[in-house]
Design a protein around this ligand. Structure first.
Ligand code: DGP
Length: 112
């Protein structure tokens, strides 16, 4: 499968990794939108949030544990944001499930 994030998991495409274990990997976003902007992804290919089910949701729970670990490590004590864009209208450009962990600045709502 021609998937950029699967290639990051395998090491075929280099990335600045900030966390890795058996099931997930986290690395700095190539186009950071905040002083801290990390992508947390499952190692197995899941296309988007629309494909989460009772068989694979465990890795999503784990991703949120990892987000808390990284936020602490990065000193995001004032707060941070976790976002997953799902599908074209939400702006999902890479079709491998990923969560943006962003912090180090103030965020607007619902965007910005
Ligand atoms: P989204 O638009 O939600 O699908 O976010 C995809 C993000 O992935 C976007 O912020 C840029 C980032 N990205 C795309 N290609 C690469 C890559 O090859 N390496 C890294 N580190 N990030 C990438």
């Amino acid at each position: 499968m021609d998937c950029i994030f699967c290639k990051i998991v395998s090491g075929e495409i280099p990335s600045a990794k900030v966390y890795e274990d058996d099931t997930v990997v986290a690395f700095n976003d190539l186009e950071p939108q905040a002083p801290v902007h990390v992508l947390i992804i499952p190692k197995t290919h899941i296309t988007s949030m629309a494909d989460i089910n009772e068989e694979n949701s465990g890795v999503v729970a784990h991703i949120f544990e990892v987000a808390a670990i990284i936020a602490k490590e990065k000193g995001l004590d004032d707060g941070f944001r976790v976002v997953s864009n799902c599908g074209d209208s939400a702006g999902q450009s890479v079709k491998h499930l990923h969560f943006h962990l962003m912090g180090g600045r103030t965020f607007g709502w619902p965007a910005g």
